[in-house]
Design a protein around this ligand. Structure first.
Ligand SMILES: [Zn+2]
Length: 199
C-alpha cells in the first residue's frame, strides 16, 4: 500500500517535471520583488542628521495590529526636510495620520518616497516639480498624528506599483539605503530661506 502510494506520487512528480521542462516556455519571471530592483543611494532627508543617527524604527509595533513600515527621524520643529534622491514630486497631500505629506519618486521611477508630519512645504513646491538630492522640500513638524512634543520626519520607501495608484506598494527599510548625511544644497537652501518658511 505504502509502496504503491510512493510510486504513484513519484511518477506524478516526474511527469509534472517533464511537462514543465518540455512544454512550458522557459521565460524569466517579470521582476516584481524589491530584490531585483536597483538599490537607491539616499541622503538622510533631514538636515544635519547622519545615517547612523537614524533610529531603527522599521517594523516597530504600533498598537496591537499595526507595524511601522517607515523610519522616524527626530529633529527640532522647522528643520529642513531634504529630498532623499533625484526625481520629481508625485503629489502633495494632507491626510489624517500623516498630516502634510509629500510623495516623490526617483529618476528611474522604481520607488516612491513618502515624507510625513511636515510643518510646512517649501514655498512653490508642486506635483511634477523636479527634485535633486539635498533640495529643501519642506520642514519638520508634527502635523497628523505625531506627538506635539516629538517633532520628526516620518520617511518611507515604497516599491512603486506597476498598476493601480502610483503611490507604491511594498515598504522597504530605508536605513541600509542611507549613504550620506543630510546636507541642504546651497541653491535650494537659499530659495527656502527667502521664502519666509519657518526655519
Ligand atoms: Zn512614523
Amino acid at each position: 500500500m505504502s509502496l504503491r502510494c510512493n510510486a504513484g506520487c513519484s511518477l506524478a512528480l516526474v511527469a509534472s517535471m517533464l511537462a514543465g521542462c518540455w512544454c512550458s516556455p522557459s521565460r524569466a519571471p517579470e521582476p516584481t520583488s524589491a530584490n531585483t530592483l536597483p538599490t537607491p543611494q539616499l541622503m538622510v532627508p533631514v538636515a544635519g542628521v547622519s545615517p547612523n543617527e537614524v533610529p531603527d524604527g522599521f517594523r516597530a509595533p504600533r498598537g496591537r495590529r499595526r507595524i511601522h513600515r517607515a523610519v522616524d527621524i527626530p529633529a527640532p520643529r522647522g528643520t529642513a526636510v531634504l529630498s532623499a534622491d533625484d526625481g520629481y514630486v508625485l503629489r502633495l497631500h494632507r491626510n489624517r495620520k500623516g498630516g502634510l505629506t509629500i510623495y516623490a519618486t526617483d529618476a528611474s521611477q522604481h520607488f516612491v518616497y513618502y515624507y510625513a508630519h511636515l510643518n510646512a512645504y517649501r514655498r512653490g513646491l508642486a506635483a511634477g516639480a523636479p527634485l535633486v538630492r539635498g533640495q529643501v522640500i519642506g520642514f519638520v513638524g508634527t502635523t497628523g498624528n505625531a506627538h506635539r512634543r516629538q517633532p520628526h520626519l516620518h520617511f518611507q520607501v515604497l516599491v512603486r506599483a506597476k498598476d493601480g495608484p502610483p503611490w507604491g506598494r511594498d515598504a522597504i527599510d530605508p536605513r541600509p539605503l542611507f549613504t550620506r548625511a543630510g546636507v541642504a544644497s546651497s541653491k535650494t537652501a537659499a530659495v527656502a530661506s527667502a521664502s519666509g518658511e519657518p526655519g
